[in-house]
Design a protein around this ligand. Sequence first.
Ligand code: ADP
Ligand code: ZN
Ligand code: ZN
Length: 752
Amino acid sequence: MPNLFGEIEPGVAEVVPFDGGARAYSYSVPAALKDTLQVGQLVRVPLGNRNSLGVVWKYPAEPLADTKLRSIIMLEHEQPVMTPDCCKLAEWMAAYYGCGLNSVLETVLPAAVRKGVRPVLRRMLSLVGPIDLEALAKMRKKAPRQAQLLDFMSAQKEPVDRAKTTNGLGISQQAVDALIKAGLIKEDASVLWRVAYNDPFSESESVPALGHELNTMQKEAVASATETLDQKTFRTHLLHGVTGSGKTEVYVALIRKVVQEGGSAIFLVPEVALTPQTVGRLRSRLADLGTKVVVWHSHLSAGERFDAWMAMSLGQARVVVGARSAVFAPLPNLRLIVVDEEHEPSFKQGETPMYHGRDVAVYRASLLGAACVLGSATPSLESWKNATGGRYILNTMPQRVDDRPMPAFRIVDMRREVLHAKGQSILSRELVDGIHERLKKGEQAILFLNRRGHSRSLVCPDCGEAVKCPCCSVSLTLHITDHTARCHLCDHREPAPKVCPSCQSPKVRWKGYGTQKVEEVIAKLFPRARVARMDADTMGKKDLFRKVLSDFRAGKYDMLLGTQMIAKGLDFPRVTLVGILDADLSLQMPDFRAPERTFQLLTQVAGRAGRGTLEGAVVVQTFQPASDPIQFAKRLDFHGFAKSELLKRAEFGYPPERHLVRHVFRGRNLEKVNFVAEAWVKEFERLHAGLAEIRGPAPCPFERVQDQHRVHLWYFVTGVKSLLAAILPLRAKILRDEDVIDTIDVDAQDCG
Ligand code: ADP
Ligand code: ZN
Ligand code: ZN
């Protein structure tokens, strides 16, 4: 409660308890902690008749009116686990994405941190400066123990462990303290590192550590962002650089600057496991900076995650490279967040909280007055609009380094190809000829098809049925390796049927093709070619992925065939041909972003060709050669594509014109699901007429998944927060029936 002078009472803190803390509660602070308690520390607090660990959210604070003041029980350990800006960030996420603070914290904090695991701290001693020999001589007489320690330490190159040293030399703690007090040695706490920074990434794809002399375009981009860094104000830059324009060197230059000035930086990549090269390059380019570089990815163990977290929190590691959740890294003095391939949908989390890593990055930078750099050859239309509208600073790099040419696009009209096909019609004649040529010259080719498995669906000519998954509304895909029919949504598997399950007709036929079938076709056409296939079926282990990539780089394969795994960030100088087998696949997605995704995919995959000194070609097979994304991609015309697509989006009020919020209702009983969705819309419109334009309810494109029927609604709004403020209380009222579950997806990327 404010005291007589209107000041905030120092004895009250807000804490968010992990168990059941959808929000912050006030607690009184025991006298012993009054002077030292810090935001972001872990404390134990009473909650109802239990107690729970939680994070100090605000201190000092005013007591919240509706809570009875109880006291913090204890401080778990001193090291804060969250930075103050991250607390504000979490609050914003809870409000913007419509979920409880505790569910945000589950995403933000590693499990071991939330459980209160204590960091194992080693106290390390090091010399402050060169030793004055005269003084040392005097000391040998007056304080021989202290002198002994100084002698020992000056013979060591690295800081020494305090406990080990005092034990080993038989020196008292007082002697050490006296030297610290005299300013001759200093003590630093250091987390005992396990293996978090020794992961296999650094060795797997070793890339030369030497930097390049930046070219003019790169220099300009670096100078522009440097200005933002120097002004210490928040600004977002969009680095639009064509594939192979050298964006990574720009990021590296900025990160180096920040670290050299004592700051820290976050580098987000779409999927760390899929971008080993980028990670390797970044690490080796930062190796001399005297800071650890944490690689934050899904394969870290709980212990590694914890160590990495603490090392960042203590400032021992000042750079993190990682997937989207690295955006929450507890780095002090964070000055730069880079988001590479900012257009990638994998930055959006598919479960609650359904946050977008890029948007959270921008918001976090804004809280800190830091710089945010988004980079892509094919920026999302959202970012593009922000950049052209003046909210972001646009930096462009329209040419490849060393003026290497962009690859030439060849569009193959598969409607004609099918007519001429003798035998197979999966690989067009143009592509077959192209591959022959590459094989003859000893160059390499990449074939891209974003569909795994052998054949897409089993169709019965007699009754017209396609065999579906028993739990989902999708056809089963044939996997030839074990003759199973599999569902790609829920992974249901059954032996591939030989007769139609509906009418027992033996005339059933598998239609459509995936990577396994392409592999067969290639083996027939090019029996001597060495081919590696990379898709979710062959790449169970992520290490294998790295091995295949480095073997391909070393020339042990002639061809790489794969799904979207191979579309990103790979840089192979001997690849001179890229074939995109079914460019229409992404166009057929039930998604208003389908043209954008297709354009991005074509441009990114094509960008894998001709990155060395050899010129590259791209062959695109399509049944819709005249469609916009294919035509614009062929002309390498991002501006033209963005302009035409933005016009269409604006016409229908789609993002980035407005925000789109998706509301999915699901349950086992279709009637109930429909009933709840209908009731919801009625009640919502009655209470909040005009707040949002609502479309639906309608069945989701995947009507049934894992035996759950799915129905969705779309809200089109200009402001998200007021919509969520209206939705959340209504949820408590209408969705009490546990047979129907709903999820809210703000700025949804997935429309299935
Ligand atoms: P992008 O991410 O824009 O596709 P990269 O950063 O991967 O491009 O760079 C493409 C290639 O060009 C890499 O092999 C990189 O080492 C090289 N490169 C980058 N900058 C320069 C430069 N200034 N001079 C020469 N080569 C460069
Ligand atoms: Zn049948
Ligand atoms: Zn299924």
